[in-house]
Design a protein around this ligand. Structure first.
Ligand code: DQA
Length: 149
């Protein structure tokens, strides 16, 4: 069975409380349940992980190699700063889709740069929690395509 890993980075544990006008009212446990339930309807496995620490996120990305077929990654602000997380995604070579709740391209210019986009299969942003559902579907389609290629 295909297994996906959903990784959320710094401050995403504060969803629901944190700037709801930007990020909406969904909580992280709510988003994680949404991911698990949607994955189940698509007959794929889904594990979730959140950390506020760059090294812990890197360790999870490395560990995904051999245990998960794909990663959905919202690295929060590390998206815009972390060459180390970009390198981890490149090293693990597990297909990764980058997700953001907000439309980072419509916000401050420092959010327009994503190091992760250089190594991700693609980026989904601006659709709130639904972006994770879109990412699960996109990752399943990408994995199926890669298999037949
Ligand atoms: C975010 C966008 C980032 O710029 C921000 O630092 C976050 C959340 C999003 O999901 O919209 O923490 O990744």
């Amino acid at each position: 069975m295909i297994s996906l890993l959903v990784i959320n980075g710094p401050n995403l544990n504060m969803l629901g409380i944190r700037q709801p006008e930007v990020y909406g009212r969904d909580t992280l446990p709510g988003i994680e349940t949404l991911c698990r339930e949607h994955a189940q309807t698509r007959n794929v496995g889904c594990e979730v992980f959140q950390s506020n620490h760059e090294g812990a996120l890197i360790d999870q990305i490395h560990a995904a190699r051999g245990s998960h077929h794909g990663i959905i990654l919202n690295a929060g602000a590390y998206t815009h700063t972390s060459i180390a997380i970009m390198d981890a995604v490149a090293s693990a070579s597990v297909p990764t889709i980058e997700v953001h709740l907000s439309n980072i391209h419509a916000r401050e210019s420092f959010r327009h740069t994503s190091y992760l986009s250089k190594v991700a299969v693609g980026q989904i942003c601006g659709f709130g929690a639904h972006g994770y559902v879109l990412a699960i579907d996109a990752l399943i389609a990408h994995l199926a395509e890669a298999e037949t290629a």
